[in-house]
Design a protein around this ligand. Structure first.
Ligand code: DGY
Length: 331
């Protein structure tokens, strides 16, 4: 009998079909969002799960699903998975790094530019039919990106890729802060200078957040951090909801503490803090940082490869390409 696995969300059918070569697959083609209780019910008897950031995989769920051996999350972030609880039960966790780096960096840069140059605000104005007079010298004037100081909080692969775009493509001075400083060769490749967090907040004209979510990074940007930023600065969050205190951000935008924000991620998404929705100087996108067809396919493919290998099948049997807790693979 083939092992049983669960695919929690609708994905590319041709990619998910590869799982059927090895496993008895239960999937969710109608893309219903299951409650935690429904998820546990669907996971009964399953040895592996191809999950997404929408499902919380915690100790209570693991206790209710004792047959689970592998959690293969689609996404580079895996804050929806309690990795410690998985490791304690010798359950492998995998993610999908690298394949999304450049696509997500493109998006972060685009969101930062849209925010600085007030693109969506101007588009809404034009669509409403309010553009009745040409040549107004201060209409939708924003701030320059080229030559400005780009600040990056969280300097992993995506942060480094954004830094390269800023320095090489737009002549920006790039400063960054990270838990640990990059080795000199990566700093040189990124054309970025390490600074402490206070300097980052004070000097950045455009601050982009790319750090992982954890209890330590919860509200890393709140009222006091926003108060340290330049009044003309922009803040772009492509990392995770909860890293920014969205209520404090809305207040800072309303009072002119900073100029504008671009947000792809939100506390409690898909809900969006109502105060942010009311403000003109907020560019909003629904968590689409990695959403190019090629990259989303590559992420699904990598997750499938991980699941097949994690359960001991395929050419990489026992050697999943991107484990998060590889220690569980050791005997
Ligand atoms: C990621 O890869 O972490 C994206 O945010 C999708 O969840």
């Amino acid at each position: 009998m083939q092992p049983a696995v669960l695919v929690t969300r609708a994905t590319f059918p041709d990619i998910a079909d590869r799982l059927r070569e090895y496993f008895d697959v239960t999937d969710n083609p109608s893309d219903i969002i299951w409650s935690p209780t429904e998820l546990v019910r669907h996971l009964q008897g399953k040895q592996g799960v191809m999950s997404t950031g929408s499902e919380r995989i915690d100790a209570a769920l693991l206790d209710a699903c004792p047959q689970l051996k592998a959690v293969c999350n689609v996404g580079v972030g895996y804050n929806n998975v309690d990795v410690t609880a998985c490791t304690a039960r010798r359950i492998l966790v995998t993610n999908t790094p690298d394949v999304l780096t450049e696509t997500t960096a493109d998006f972060g840069f685009a969101l930062m530019m849209a925010t600085a140059r007030r693109i969506t605000e101007a588009e809404r104005f034009a669509r409403r039919g309010e553009w009745t007079k040409t040549g107004i010298y201060d209409q939708f004037v924003g701030s320059d990106v080229h030559g400005a100081t780009l600040g990056i909080l969280g300097m992993g692969r995506i942060g480094q890729a954004i830094a390269r775009r800023g320095a090489l493509g737009f002549g920006m001075g790039v400063i960054y802060h990270n838990r640990s400083r990059l080795p000199p060769e990566l700093e040189a490749d990124s054309r970025a200078r390490y600074v402490d967090k206070t300097t980052l907040l004070r000097e950045a004209d455009h601050l982009v957040l790319v750090l992982p979510y954890s209890p330590q990074s919860h509200h890393a940007i709140g009222a006091s951090e926003l108060a340290q930023m330049k009044p003309g600065a922009t803040l772009t969050n492509i990392a995770r909801g909860g890293i920014v205190d969205d209520a404090a951000l809305a207040a800072a935008l309303r009072t002119g503490t900073i100029a504008a924000t671009g947000l792809d991620v939100f506390e409690g998404e898909p809900r969006i803090h109502p105060d942010l929705l009311d403000l003109p100087n907020v560019v909003i996108t629904p968590h689409i940082g990695s959403a190019s067809v090629r990259t989303r396919r590559a992420m699904a493919q990598l997750s499938v490869d991980n699941l097949i290998a994690a359960l001991g099948y395929g050419p990489n049997a026992g050697r999943p390409p991107t484990p998060v807790n590889p220690q569980v693979l050791r005997p």
